[in-house]
Design a protein around this ligand. Structure first.
Ligand SMILES: NC(=O)c1ccc[n+]([C@@H]2O[C@H](COP(=O)([O-])OP(=O)(O)OC[C@H]3O[C@@H](n4cnc5c(N)ncnc54)[C@H](OP(=O)(O)O)[C@@H]3O)[C@@H](O)[C@H]2O)c1
Length: 305
């Protein structure tokens, strides 16, 4: 016996496996279950115990960490194990929408269990590493009770009682992550069309994306104040630039879906009357696309009169 809290981990994709390894390294007794049982082999060899069913895995520890693809997978796994949930604490690190996490938390509470939502901000290689974080939300008392064990996995950033909050903050990060990384893939495809490798582009790419923090800081205060003055940049310039990006990609014969979508958003901002404003005015278009579409229809009907 190690004296460390026993933990069950359900879901042994790359993330669940990294969590089990980290908990075992930290001296925690770990019970695991996975739909495809042989994913547990290497973990069992390191000391984890493979339970024969999800229900038995949940019954083995007061605390269960779920690391599944989404809440549909969570439902598939938990419904047959519903009888095991009473009095158990489920830390659900599977990602999904805030609405689905709220519905999942309600369902777990109806079975007599406690649901904490989590959103992990690092890849599997970041689990157990200093500086990594995960968002959490849900009932505060059980969260605080289990925080020392959760801290073994990542730093813990508690966002409030609403079970949807951790998912919301996680999705805020993911919308930026996926679109930024797609921008990077696009740049590499364009570079490749011109005989340049990802390694050739790396210093420029790193400098560009590292410098984004300064842009975020500059625009945050102005956006919150509803200020989109064209004193620093004008949307009309942005449209021309977005079109250059689109045509450079088209000329190179690479996929243009992403730069075309970007150019389209810029053009919609122009159509909504923001030509002389900063490109930060696109935030207003994104906040209420219906209002922007109305403004565009109005300006088109004035042009045709
Ligand atoms: N990987 C990352 O970089 C990363 C980073 C941050 C957050 N996350 C989030 O962490 C969670 C886990 O990530 P992951 O990369 O390990 O995900 P994953 O590769 O999708 O695997 C997750 C697990 O879900 C199980 N699963 C999927 N559908 C199922 C179903 N219908 N019934 C039963 N089990 C099912 C898989 O079982 P099988 O083994 O049987 O297929 C596997 O154990 C995800 O929600 C992901 O969004 C991942």
């Amino acid at each position: 016996m190690t004296g460390k809290q026993p933990v069950t981990v359900i879901g042994l994709g790359p993330m669940g496996q990294a969590m089990v390894r980290t908990l075992l390294d930290g001296g925690h007794p770990v019970t695991v279950w996975n739909r495809t049982p042989d994913r547990a082999d290497a973990l069992v060899a390191r000391g984890a115990v493979l339970a024969p069913s999800a229900a038995e895995a949940i019954l083995a520890s007061e605390l269960t960490v779920l690391s599944l693809t989404d809440y549909e997978a969570v439902r598939t796994v938990l419904e047959p194990a519903a009888h095991a949930l009473r009095g158990r604490v489920l830390v659900n690190l599977s990602s999904d929408t805030p609405e689905k996490t709220r519905a999942g938390a309600r369902w777990v509470a109806e079975q007599g269990g406690i649901h904490l939502t989590g959103g992990v901000n690092v890849p599997p290689s970041g689990i157990g590493q200093p500086g990594s974080t995960a968002f959490y939300s849900g009932p505060r008392e059980p969260f605080e009770a289990h925080r020392p064990t959760l801290d073994v996995l990542t730093g813990t950033d508690y966002r409030g009682e609403d079970p949807g909050l951790a998912a919301l903050h996680y999705q805020l990060g993911m919308v930026m992550f996926w679109t930024s990384m797609l921008g990077y893939w696009q740049a590499i495809a364009l570079a490749d069309a011109h005989g340049l490798t990802a390694a050739d582009v790396l210093p420029h790419a790193t400098e560009t994306l590292t410098g984004m923090g300064d842009f975020l800081s500059f625009y945050a205060g102005r956006i919150d104040a509803g200020e989109h003055g064209g004193d620093v940049d004008r949307l009309a310039m942005g449209v021309a630039s977005a079109e250059h990006v689109l045509h450079t990609n088209a000329d190179a014969g690479v996929d243009t879906a992403l730069p075309a979508a970007v150019a389209d958003i810029f053009r919609r901002g122009m159509d909504a009357g923001h030509a002389a404003d900063s490109f930060s005015s696109l935030v207003e278009l994104m906040k209420s696309p219906a209002a922007a579409a109305g403004a565009r229809r109005q300006s088109q009907s004035q042009v045709s009169k």
